[in-house]
Every structure is written in structure tokens, then in C-alpha cells.
Design a protein around this ligand. Structure first.
Ligand SMILES: Cc1cc2nc3c(=O)[nH]c(=O)nc-3n(C[C@H](O)[C@H](O)[C@H](O)COP(=O)(O)OP(=O)(O)OC[C@H]3O[C@@H](n4cnc5c(N)ncnc54)[C@H](O)[C@@H]3O)c2cc1C
Length: 257
């Protein structure tokens, strides 16, 4: 099977994020594989081990994105592709990302593409479904189980806590949800082997794309951190008095009544 994983490098939202002039400061941010994409890598490896074939991990990023790709190779992926847009494009959005991926997949035989359900930084959840639409293949989002038999795929899809059972056919794109698997940590031999695995470097030129072809359709107006939360207030005394105080606070302090 030809299995591809779409992998995004994101900043670690558990770490402190500094915003300067409406931009996240890259220098102080910690970068990781988008956590949902780790489920995608793990699932791709498991499917390859069961059905044979090859796992290729693809990212659109900058030259430093090779670190996250090497981690995926150390987990067990076979090949990686880095589409480096740093020198060619100043800006990009979900449209840009999808257009570049569409061009990348144009001449490739694909059985299965795995993406994350959502990227934890910008969190639009658009890239997977948009790409499947562009390629004209089936897609199922937020999957928690995937069984493939020949060309048939049986899928459990998370629908906000409930499970929808879906049968569909390959070629297929899925987006991976928490609960699908337990992503492995790269082993030391895996890290050593990853150094010798192939990593292809591409630029948009190599995909016959011009800057105008992938111009973003959206504009980010502002980026800001959420307001600091104030400490909560615990009301005391008789319930009747608490209710009176609450109503007064809602009216005079919060000004929501
Ligand atoms: C050339 C370029 C310049 C950009 N410039 C900026 C910028 O200046 N400021 C800014 O804030 N953002 C920038 N971006 C990022 C962009 O706005 C979005 O982050 C990106 O399109 C993904 O959208 P999302 O985060 O909502 O992903 P989602 O749609 O939530 O991601 C879902 C899944 O899609 C896949 N995916 C998403 N992005 C990628 C990727 N890059 N490579 C491979 N797979 C992916 C992953 O599997 C991911 O789990 C740029 C992107 C490009 C291509």
C-alpha cells in the first residue's frame, strides 16, 4: 500500500508563547509534531506492518521542519518529503497548504492518506478534507479505528463521544482523533536508522507552482493571547443572601443583567 502522512510542525502550546507585534516569536517557541499527526504516523506504520507497502511523511514548512520528519522516520516511517516554502512564500493559509499538497499528489499513486484531525496551533481542521476534495477521493474525519480489507475500509468515527460506523473504499483520506492508538516513542535503533532513511527536499518550483497559484485567500487581522482570568469569587452566608449578592454582582460588576 502507498501510505502517506501529512505532518505539521507546530509550536508546543504547553510552553510559554510570546507574541510580539501581532506575531508569535518563533525563537522562543518549542516546536513539536502536531500531536494528532503522531496518531497518524503510528496508524500508518501499523497499517503498513499489516498490509505491506511504504509510509511517506510529508510536511510543508521551513528547513528546520526536518527535525519533526526525522522523528517520524525514527518512529518507523520509510521516507520523508520536506516542501520548503520559506524562500518562495511570505504568507500562507489553509488554501495555500492544500494547493501545494494537491500538486504534490498529482502524479502519485495513493491508497491511504492520514492527517491529523486538527493542528493545535491554528486549529481549522480544514487541510485534510480540502485535500481529499481536490484529489476527488473519499474521506472520513476524526477516526478512532481503521480496519482495511482489500479495497474496503471499516472505520469508527468519533462524533462528540458517540461512534459512527462507516464502510468506505480506498483510495481514502482519514483524519486521526485521540484514542485511535498510542503513538510510540522513537527507539535508539530507530533514531540511528532514521539518519539513513531518504528525505526528499522540494520547493514549489518543483511542483510546477507559481507564487500566484497559492496566494492565501484569508488574511490574519490580529493574533493575541487570551485575557488573564481573574480569580473567582466564592459567595458565603445564607442561600437567600448569596442569590441577592449574585444578582447584584451580575448587574453592577459584570454588567450582564
Ligand atoms: C507558505 C506558508 C506560509 C505560512 N505563513 C504563515 C504565517 O505567516 N503565519 C501563520 O500563522 N501561519 C502561516 N502558515 C500556516 C497556515 O496558515 C496554516 O497553519 C496551515 O494552512 C494549516 O492550517 P491549520 O493550522 O488550520 O491546520 P488544520 O487544517 O487544522 O490541520 C489538520 C491537519 O492537516 C495537516 N497539515 C496542516 N498543515 C500542514 C502542513 N503545513 N504540512 C503538512 N500537513 C499539514 C496535518 O495533518 C494536520 O494535522 C503558512 C503556511 C504556508 C504553507
Amino acid at each position: 500500500m502507498n501510505i502517506y502522512v501529512l505532518l505539521k510542525k507546530t509550536f508546543d502550546t504547553e510552553e510559554k508563547i510570546i507574541i510580539n507585534d501581532g506575531q508569535i516569536e518563533d525563537d522562543s517557541a518549542e516546536f513539536i509534531i502536531n500531536p494528532y499527526d503522531e496518531y497518524a504516523v503510528e496508524e500508518a506504520i501499523n497499517q503498513r506492518d499489516e498490509h505491506g507497502g511504504e509510509v511517506t511523511v510529508v510536511t510543508i514548512g521551513d528547513e528546520d521542519s526536518d527535525k519533526q520528519l526525522r522523528t517520524a522516520l525514527a518512529m518507523g516511517a520509510d521516507k520523508a518529503v520536506l516542501i520548503d516554502t520559506e524562500d518562495d512564500l511570505e504568507d500562507g493559509d489553509q488554501y495555500t497548504t492544500t494547493k501545494i499538497l494537491e500538486a504534490f499528489f498529482q502524479d502519485r499513486e495513493v491508497d491511504l492518506i492520514l492527517a491529523g484531525n486538527v493542528a493545535i496551533d491554528e486549529a481549522s481542521g480544514q487541510v485534510g478534507p480540502r485535500l481529499a476534495e481536490c484529489l476527488g477521493i473519499n474521506y472520513v474525519t476524526t477516526i478512532t479505528d481503521l480496519k482495511i480489507d482489500g479495497d474496503t475500509a471499516n472505520i469508527d468515527k468519533d462524533v462528540e463521544g458517540d461512534v459512527e460506523k462507516i464502510e468506505t473504499s480506498l483510495p481514502l483520506l482519514v483524519t486521526c482523533q485521540q484514542g485511535l492508538n498510542e503513538p510510540r516513542y522513537p527507539s535508539l535503533p530507530g533514531i540511528m536508522k532514521a539518519k539513513k532513511k531518504p528525505m526528499e527536499d522540494l520547493e514549489i518550483d518543483d511542483l510546477d507552482l507559481e507564487e500566484e497559484d497559492v496566494e492565501p485567500k484569508t488574511k490574519t487581522v490580529e493574533i493575541f493571547l487570551p485575557a488573564e482570568k481573574e480569580a473567582g469569587k466564592i459567595l458565603e452566608g445564607e442561600v437567600e443572601d448569596q442569590v441577592k449578592e449574585l444578582v447584584s454582582l451580575l448587574k453592577n460588576e459584570a454588567k450582564v443583567l
